[in-house]
Design a protein around this ligand. Structure first.
Ligand code: BGC
Length: 796
């Protein structure tokens, strides 16, 4: 069911564009959302789309991935094994500030008379551009053009090109380029539990200014992380100017005073760098900031921009999903909007992940502090498929980040009296940081989610080296945990049951036999068995090393096999429903009829007990399993379960719509599918969930890509072969195109209303399936065309 409606920003102020998000008017009611949507980042650091002048803003955030403060979680009532320390990604030093004065009159966007204004997120170039004309109180016209980028090529670097031209008169101009660490105020209760709860402070450790350069170094109080950031400048103008710099421990400014002549541009380039460390001292980090600044200043903005454009070009070549309408005059606007939203989603995933490298990807990327900058299963189940098929190196990095958490996951398992490893439900540094265990630690399925993503990665890349060197160890430890957690229950005919866990649906907690968990745990156990067997057959030495490292005994593998083949999967034969858990069908249905629309998401308006005791679902749970393990369910079962679960699913989590869309497409419920697909697609651009102000929904963005490829494209890849059952694209006459990187090849898929074309863009040969036919593409025969129509085969 869809309870959320999209916001409709006026098209004259936000005209749709295929390659940009454009803002032509400053509307205070959309300011917070635009700060999120227009945020820039590269996976290492990010800045919300706040104007250079600093004002006005709603949340002015600059974030460095995994740069966090830790804090003791205070429980009203403690219990053994509760997570002890919270972690919050901090809002760090703001380096983008540039303030402008003409005739000593400050340029303040909220009060200034603006004659022309356009700001745009340019997704082709990877920049945030603004062009405006300001009329001062004395009638002078001043054009201000700026372009901001956070470099994808150079992880630590951002830059702003800021050009001021007085158009009709000479005037004294002052440009004050600043950096500022705003000491946060006191901690206050968040009005929404999803918002960050903690405000951490950094302490100054070093600061210096030399010529047009300032470097400030800070340290967090508890986690003892060091942040060094610096700014440097290059001003070019025919007009005479001078400058001076100044700094304190928490701020710095370089002030340029210029005698501006009409029509003669003053061009300031500002370079900004961020470096962090857990181990180095303040001086060393200040030096690193200096070195990076030396390099980028001599490189110059034009070259940084050219690198950025080149990077974007490469990105789009491998990732651009296109939805075009061959009859351009029909539904033109909606096609442009759809294309814009598709690209925005892909672009934000890039910005969240590209240079994350040894860090994870937070639920909001680097666009906001909500969810404290934590990494969740969002990465493995929602984001990794996109990365695996467009940027396998980034996917591998994310899996390696999990591997690096394995020791902490082992410790966490011990705290919960288990052997093996238990990955944290939410974390930055690898330690469990969920303070509400019912919807946190109890989500044991995180273990299986990570292993599911590992399998998908290995299948799509053929990277057995990663599987054997890192994956196998994670598989052994996660399989051990499942075997210990579950038991062969006499009351359930000796079946392997897993009790006391929470599944994906956070509106039911600590339940017995959550179907999703049991199915995914079975997958995890099976993959562990399979991998140990492959090692035994193919790499006995690697198996020996693994055995040494983990103390693995071969009898354990037999146990896992037994648990997997006897896994209990709840099923209600009378209705054909897979109950979400043992007790789900006994609960009273939620009274949707008498729940006003403004009481969603329910979690903000009802005590958890009210929600828990009813049949009401936050996000796809059984339906998600039916997609991830699609081959284990018949089409009839999918249809029956969709019809049962869909009306109970609120979509209060943004992770839901995309999954509902995919299942709806598979069972041929086209109208519902299109509605869900739209909700997922527009989650951020049209603020479907109402909280875009707090950051964008990276999981839904990845989920949208899955709607297009797995949903409309009918892609399935479980056994490592790519198979397709394309659906007609949503608008009549339209075409859907997407590329997939697969084992070093690139495949282009183009789905039109009548036919689908598969072309091998790179690589020697590739075998795929279309419907039930096997197709071999080769260099000699790189493209084939087949009929699109997918006759649905639902019996009964
Ligand atoms: C969802 C979780 C998700 C988290 C972060 C919650 O609202 O229920 O499944 O991992 O948000 O996106």
């Amino acid at each position: 069911m869809l309870h959320h409606e999209r916001l409709k920003p006026p098209a004259q102020d936000y005209p749709p564009n295929e390659w940009s998000v454009i803002e032509k008017n400053l509307r205070p009611e959309f300011m917070a959302q635009m700060e999120t949507v227009l945020a820039l980042g590269n996976g290492y650091f990010g800045m919300r789309g706040v104007h250079e002048e600093g004002r006005p803003y709603v949340q002015n955030g600059t974030f460095v991935n995994a740069f966090y403060e830790s804090w003791p979680i205070i429980y009203g009532e403690e219990a053994f094994g509760f997570a002890q320390m919270g972690q919050t990604m901090l809002n760090v030093t703001d380096t983008k500030i540039i303030r402008l004065f003409v005739d000593d009159e400050p340029f303040e966007l909220d009060t200034a008379s603006i004659r022309r204004y356009v700001r745009q997120l340019n997704m082709k170039a990877g920049t945030l551009d603004r062009d405006l004309v300001w009329e001062t109180l004395s009638g002078k016209l001043v054009r201000i053009q700026s372009r901001r980028l956070i470099s994808f090529q150079q992880r630590h670097v951002a830059a702003i090109s800021y050009e001021v031209t007085t158009l009709n008169a000479a005037a004294p101009v002052v440009i004050s380029s600043e950096m500022l660490y705003r000491m946060p105020g006191e901690q206050k209760a968040a009005e929404d539990p999803r918002q960050a709860k903690f405000v951490g402070k950094m302490q100054p450790r070093a600061s210096r200014a030399r010529d047009g350069r300032i470097v400030l170094v800070h340290e967090t109080e508890r986690s003892h992380m060091i942040l060094a950031c610096g700014i440097d400048h290059d001003l070019k103008s025919d007009c005479p100017y001078e400058y001076k710099s100044d700094h304190t421990e928490n701020s710095g400014q370089v002030v340029f005073t210029i005698k501006a002549e009409p029509g003669r541009p003053i061009h300031l380039t500002k370079y900004m760098v961020y470096h962090t460390s857990k181990t180095e001292n303040a001086d060393e980090m200040a030096r690193r900031a200096d070195w990076t600044l030396d390099r980028v200043v001599s490189q110059g903005f034009a070259s940084l921009l050219a690198d950025q454009e080149e990077y974007m070009d490469q990105f789009w070549r491998k990732s651009d999903v296109q939805m075009s309408n061959v009859k351009a005059e029909r539904a033109r606007l909606s096609t442009v909007e759809v294309q814009q939203a598709i690209r925005l989603n892909s672009f934000h995933i890039l910005q969240a992940s590209a240079r994350a490298e040894d860090n994870g990807v937070a639920a909001k990327g680097l666009t906001g502090q909500a969810y404290e900058g934590h990494y969740f299963w969002d990465s493995e189940i929602y984001l990794l498929p996109f990365l695996i098929y467009t940027s396998p190196q980034t996917a591998k990095n994310l899996l390696r980040v999990r591997y690096n958490m394995l020791d902490k996951a082992r410790l966490r398992a011990r705290e919960l009296s288990h052997p093996g490893a238990l990955f944290p439900w939410r974390t930055i540094n690898g330690e469990e940081a969920s303070a509400y265990y019912e919807a946190g630690t109890a989500q044991y399925h995180i273990n299986a989610d990570i292993m599911y993503a590992l399998r998908k990665y290995v299948n799509a890349t053929g990277d057995d080296e990663f599987l054997f060197e890192h994956g196998a160890e994670m598989l052994v430890e996660t399989a051990r945990l499942w075997y210990d957690l579950g038991f062969f229950s006499k009351r359930k005919g000796g079946k392997f049951c897993i009790n006391g866990v929470t599944g994906p649906d956070e509106y039911k907690t600590v339940v017995n036999n959550n179907t999703y968990t049991n199915l995914m745990a079975r997958e995890n156990l099976r993959y562990a068995v399979e991998t140990v067997e492959r090692l035994r057959a193919q790499q006995p030495q690697a198996l020996e090393a693994l055995t040494k490292k983990t103390g693995l005994e071969l009898s354990e593998v037999e146990d896992w096999r037994r648990a997997a083949s006897n896994m209990y999967v709840p099923f209600d034969a009378a209705t054909g429903i897979y109950p979400q858990d043992d007790s789900f069908l006994d609960r009273e249905p939620w009274d949707f009829k008498n729940t006003p629309k403004d009481r969603y998401p329910l979690l903000l308006f009802y005590h958890p007990l009210n929600i828990y005791r009813h049949q009401v679902i936050k996000q796809a749970d059984v339906l998600l399993a039916m997609f991830l393990l699609s081959h284990e369910f018949s089409l009839e079962a999918k249809k029956r379960n969709f019809d049962f679960y869909d009306p109970l699913t609120t979509g209060d989590s943004s992770l839901s719509s995309c999954m509902e869309a995919i299942v709806a497409l598979e069972i041929g419920d086209f109208d519902k599918a299109v509605n869900y697909a739209r909700a997922a697609l527009l989650m951020d651009l049209a603020d479907v969930g109402g909280n875009v102000k707090d950051g964008c929904h990276i999981a839904s963005m990845g989920g949208t890509w899955m709607v297009l490829t797995y949903g409309f494209g009918g892609l399935r890849d479980y056994d490592g072969t790519l198979s397709f059952r394309p659906q007609r694209p949503p608008e009549p006459e339209s075409t859907l195109r997407f590329p997939l990187t697969y084992r070093g090849r690139i495949l282009d898929v183009e789905i039109g209303p009548d036919s689908t074309t598969y072309s091998l863009r790179e690589g020697e040969s590739m075998t795929i399936r279309h419907e039930d036919e096997e197709i071999v593409l080769t260099r000699a025969n790189p493209a084939v065309k087949r009929s699109t129509l997918n006759p649905l085969k639902i019996a009964g």
